[in-house]
Design a binder for this molecule. Structure first.
Ligand SMILES: Nc1ncnc2c1ncn2[C@@H]1O[C@H](COP(=O)(O)OP(=O)(O)OP(=O)(O)O)[C@@H](O)[C@H]1O
Ligand SMILES: [Mg+2]
Length: 462
């Protein structure tokens, strides 16, 4: 786990030592600068997560240093400290963009509270825990600290240590992070520098896909002017990621099964045996077990793939990850757009947490991306969420009548029946028989609901 780095800027050794002691005891990496120039250099070099800075210092004072710091594109949050409190300096510090303004003497609890506030506003610990992904690019960082995601992280760790012959099967709705998990297994495996070959089994017609995977010899078909290595061969000791495996044709399923069993194959049109050393990771957002039962996916291949399986939970089942993910994407996109956005208003976060995300993390990512593009101020307001509140499932706002279960349920059921039947009748211009038939109800039951809810049918007739 990478440490959270905190810079203390003060010309007073006593303050530096006190802060160092508290910060280090709490597990932070703290280092010091003794004046403004020294501080700016160290911030450039060490990129701290947080800065505590004295206002009165010889040479460039704290306010001037803060001003220079804030004129840069990216700067860490700064907590200003002063022994001489005056409203003017406080206001000046806050106007210059200080995160907080503390009056000395500093108590341990004041220091801790301030750090907590900064870290939660900037979600620094979350980013840090997760940014230690062993060489993954920023785009591959996996965020989450729900029990479900922590379990996924553990499974990534153990899958990565299994021998390469062990295939991994990833199953989860679209946008839950299957490809990210595949990359994480690759990057944590023994050969992270070998290729990660992602192949989408739906993207290519069957014959092309086959030659993409197996490669071909010169002259195998018209257009095959050269020998071409396939992905199985190029992957070397790396990873072959077969995305949407459920869509692989029956023929190719059989060929893949043989490769998995024998760990070797021949190029199309060739005889030379080529060894496969890479790990296979297959992913699907369809239920392969069901496809096996339906007869559209080979049972033998399914069992061959399903040695280590990781099921990615949908985002709506781990809602506590939403604030972390939202903060993570906010940081990423505001950096990309060179905007200085600090966070979300409470109302915005409540809306984000209330939504059910059929498109999972990808959908949340796109919502934040759009919000950052539209944002004007330092905080993301609800209006930047492109009407997300209107898409929140009605269960969030179900009117609970009172504390009596049966009464409340009947009340909601009644509302539903009335709306459903009215809509259906409107669609069929008041024709009860047709409306009942379309929603697979008996005419008698449908009519009963029309009478129960006093729904007019006459005006709908044309
Ligand atoms: N835990 C996570 N932390 C950070 N980003 C995530 C996380 N999960 C998913 N993402 C992001 O969401 C997007 C979708 O993830 P990914 O492509 O891995 O999903 P998928 O399950 O493969 O989806 P599909 O089935 O549609 O191919 C990506 O941009 C990815 O970076
Ligand atoms: Mg994918």
């Amino acid at each position: 786990m990478k440490e959270t780095r905190i810079l203390v800027v003060d010309d007073d050794d006593h303050i530096i030592n006190t802060l160092h002691a508290v910060l280090r005891k709490d597990g932070f990496k703290s280092f010091a600068a003794r004046d403004g120039v020294d501080a700016l250099n160290k911030i450039d070099r060490e990129n701290p997560h947080l800065v505590f800075m004295d206002i009165t210092m010889p040479g460039m004072n704290g306010l001037e240093t803060l001003k220079r710091l804030k004129s840069k594109k990216c700067s860490p949050p700064v907590v200003m400290m002063t022994g001489y409190s005056s409203m003017n300096t406080a206001v000046a510090a806050m106007k210059l963009g200080a995160f907080e303004y503390l009056i000395k003497p500093l108590s341990v609890s004041k220091i801790r509270k301030t750090i907590e506030k900064v870290l939660s506003a900037y979600h620094i610990p979350a980013l840090d825990v997760n940014s230690d992904t062993g060489g993954l690019e920023d785009g591959d960082t996996m965020i989450g600290n729900s029990p479900a995601m922590l379990n996924i992280f553990k499974m990534i760790g153990s899958a990565a240590t299994t021998p390469a012959e062990t295939p991994v099967y990833l199953y989860g709705e679209s946008g839950t992070g299957k490809e990210l998990v595949a990359r994480a297994i690759h990057c944590n495996g023994k050969f992270p520098d070998d290729p990660f070959m992602a192949i989408n089994c739906t993207a290519l017609p069957e014959t092309l896909l086959e030659s993409e995977l197996f490669g071909h010899e010169k002259g195998t078909f018209s257009g095959a002017t050269e020998r071409k290595k396939g992905k199985f061969e190029i992957a070397a000791n790396g990873t072959i990621f077969l995305d949407e495996i459920g869509d692989l044709s029956y023929e190719l399923q059989l060929k893949l099964l043989r490769v998995l069993q024998e760990r070797e194959f021949t190029r199309l049109g060739g005889h030379e045996i080529v060894k496969v050393n890479a790990r296979f990771i297959a992913a699907s957002n369809q239920d392969l077990e069901r496809k096996v039962k339906e007869g559209t996916f080979r049972e033998d291949l399914y069992y061959r793939l399903d040695v280590v399986n990781i099921k990615l939970p949908p985002l709506r089942e781990r809602k506590c990850d939403i604030p972390l993910l939202a903060a993570f994407f906010l940081g990423r996109f505001s950096r990309q757009c060179s905007k200085n956005i600090r966070g979300f208003t409470q109302e915005t976060m409540a809306i984000l947490k209330g939504y059910h995300y059929p498109g999972n993390v990808r959908e949340l990512e796109n919502i934040i991306k759009r919000a950052v593009m539209h944002a004007k101020g330092e905080l993301i307001l609800p209006c930047a969420l492109s009407g997300l509140q209107n898409r929140i499932t009605c269960t969030e706002n179900l009117p609970i009548k009172n504390a009596n279960f049966s009464e409340s349920r009947d009340y909601i059921l009644g509302l539903f029946e009335k709306k459903f039947v009215s809509q259906q009748l409107e669609k069929y211009h008041g024709n009860i028989t047709a409306a009942a038939h379309a929603c697979q109800m008996s005419r008698q039951n449908f009519h009963r609901l029309v009478v129960k809810h006093h729904i007019r049918t006459d005006y709908l007739d044309e």
